[in-house]
Design a protein around this ligand. Structure first.
Ligand code: MLT
Length: 268
């Protein structure tokens, strides 16, 4: 069921499905909670699944010039508080993973565990920060071209043909809202701090899932990051780029389910 939660005098949209222990799903840049539709429907047979539109995305409001990862984590926390959820497991895709890490730093007691899906605790390099400013100009100047190009790039080359319709749907949904939310998020990602320390001192289990062909978050550094937490797990999706839960859905679900089971049963 789609619902809204008030946050800083504006609205955050979320979907609440199923019953049981709570899983939170956070989408990535240019996406919305709908990106999780297939996965959340399946997971909600065993869990209560709350997928949230991050600020500036989907049906959630924009919150000014820059959307920091901390502000987005506060927005997520508002939903968690409103629903009176206790001891959740959070999964964040890419930018959603940066928000998950900010959440783990700000509200560690809420978490039974968290997973980063094609995401990293390392912050932007100087070169990447320059690229972010170019991205802000590019999306303002040619939103449709920017969005379509980005979504094509998120799929492994061998999967692109199979997902032509999905790429069109995702692009259309992303261009149906003003670009200000996206530019604010680009600037927020640019400003984000390194959170390797959050992994190193995580009291709860952490899962990192990487895509072998991911052009945005290369898998090479992620296995090392997964060894930082006391209870860390790592999986590499061999036939995925940046959207493994769509490119290899069954495998992704199996990996996540096994992680959720271990978090809630303390059997990691
Ligand atoms: C995302 O998919 O959320 C972004 O591409 C992540 C990033 O640009 O760092």
């Amino acid at each position: 069921m789609i619902r809204h939660c008030e946050f800083r005098n504006a609205r955050i949209r979320y979907k609440d499905e199923g019953k049981g222990r709570a899983i939170i799903l956070l989408h990535g840049f240019l996406e919305s909670l709908e990106i999780w539709n297939n996965l959340s429907k399946r997971l909600s047979k065993s869990y209560r699944v709350i997928s949230i539109d991050l600020p500036g995305h989907g049906g959630s409001s924009n919150y000014g010039y820059i959307h920091t990862m901390e502000m987005m984590a506060e927005a997520v926390h508002q939903v968690v508080k409103k629903l009176r959820l206790r001891k959740i497991v959070m999964t964040g895709h890419s930018m959603g993973g940066y928000v998950t890490l900010a959440y783990a730093e700000l509200f560690p007691d809420d978490l039974k565990g968290f997973s980063l899906f094609h995401s990293t605790a390392v912050n932007d390099t100087t070169e990447k920060k320059k690229e972010r400013l170019r991205a802000v100009e590019a999306i303002k100047a040619h939103p449709k071209k920017f969005v379509k190009g980005l979504f094509e790039n998120l799929f492994h080359e061998e999967n692109r043909k199979r997902f032509t319709d999905t790429i069109s749907e995702l692009s259309k949904a992303a261009t149906d809202r003003p670009v200000e939310g996206y530019t604010a998020s680009i600037l927020g990602m640019r400003e984000r701090v390194n959170r390797e320390v959050v992994l190193k001192f995580s009291p709860s289990p952490v899962l990192i899932i990487a895509g072998k062909e991911d052009p945005i978050i290369p898998y090479t550094s992620l296995e090392k990051q997964s060894r930082y937490p006391q209870k860390g797990r790592y999986h590499l999706l061999e036939r995925s780029a940046h959207l493994g839960f769509i490119e290899e859905p069954e495998k992704s679900e199996k990996i996540l389910r096994s992680f959720y089971y271990c978090c809630f049963r303390r059997s990691c």
